[in-house]
Design a protein around this ligand. Structure first.
Ligand SMILES: Nc1ncnc2c1ncn2[C@@H]1O[C@H](COP(=O)(O)OP(=O)(O)O)[C@@H](O)[C@H]1O
Ligand SMILES: [Mg+2]
Length: 249
């Protein structure tokens, strides 16, 4: 089975003048494969290297060593990114636009015809449950609605793979539940979802497999139930164990 997303010995070092010749290793020797139809949770505490890894996949940050592939194509080739949708950790949309207007703007980037644009806007707004607010400016939206507009934007090109950076971060329980439901719907449609998170409750219910990153190093990976059995605890306990936290610390 060919991986949709693959990391091979990926290493990312950030160089900074302030540190002289030294550099900071953000990701160190990462190996990972994600297959078609999987919902994959990329977990780790703040600063673990999650966003850095996603930025390599999106072509924003170069790999210092090793490589990353999407659909078998090295991410250095722009064509590798054609079939993906991406939701960054923080989104900055023009708040005076309505959801429809924002989505039309993104549809133009993908050179969609106007009939196709309207068809897809209807479909993605239904999926993220924003039909009734589609003609309101984004500035009137709650944080949860803004995040769902972001998801709609990431879906406008009908991507096969979705890459989401902390999609539930900062949302209230209802907002998180809605995002989780959307991820579940995408899975039912056969999409592949790769998302980062440090909110473990989310991940346990929606993910087929997870990887736990700590200080740039992959500490554990596998099916949630297998990890739970192996480490004798729920995902939160697994997480704390693999990052080396003990109750008496
Ligand atoms: N542009 C950058 N320049 C230098 N260091 C960075 C940069 N971006 C992130 N880092 C550092 O790399 C490490 C990983 O960060 P990041 O990938 O953002 O982690 P996460 O998304 O898991 O919170 C952190 O130590 C962070 O301070
Ligand atoms: Mg991050």
């Amino acid at each position: 089975m060919n991986a949709i997303l693959a990391l091979e010995n990926l290493r990312v070092e950030y160089r900074n003048r302030e540190w002289g010749r030294t550099s900071r290793v953000a990701v160190d020797g990462l190996n990972l494969e994600v297959f078609r139809g999987e919902v994959f949770g990329f977990l780790g505490p703040n600063g673990a290297g999650k966003t850095t890894t996603l930025n390599v996949l999106l072509g924003f940050t170069p790999a210092s060593c090793g490589a990353a592939y999407l659909f078998g194509v090295n991410v250095r080739e722009p064509i590798a990114r054609r079939r993906i949708g991406y939701l960054p950790e923080l989104t900055y949309y023009y708040k005076f636009l309505t959801a429809e207007e924002l989505l039309r703007f993104y549809a133009r980037i993908f050179h969609l015809s106007s009939a196709e644009t309207e068809r897809r806007i209807d479909a993605v707004l239904a999926l993220v449950e924003l039909q009734s607010a589609r003609r309101q400016p984004i500035r009137t939206y709650s944080k949860g609605m803004q995040q769902r507009v972001g998801l709609a934007q990431a879906l406008i090109n009908e991507p096969e793979l979705l890459i989401l950076d902390e999609p539930t971060s900062g949302l209230d329980p209802l907002g998180r539940m809605k995002v989780r439901t959307i991820i579940q719907r995408l899975k039912n449609e056969g999409k592949t979802v790769f998302f980062s998170s440090h909110e473990l409750g989310e991940v346990e219910t929606v993910c087929d497999r997870v990887a736990i990153l700590h200080q740039g190093v992959l500490k554990a990976a596998g099916r949630v139930d297998d990890l739970a059995r192996q480490y004798q605890g729920n995902l939160e306990q697994v997480f704390l164990k693999v990052i080396g936290y003990h109750d008496n610390d």
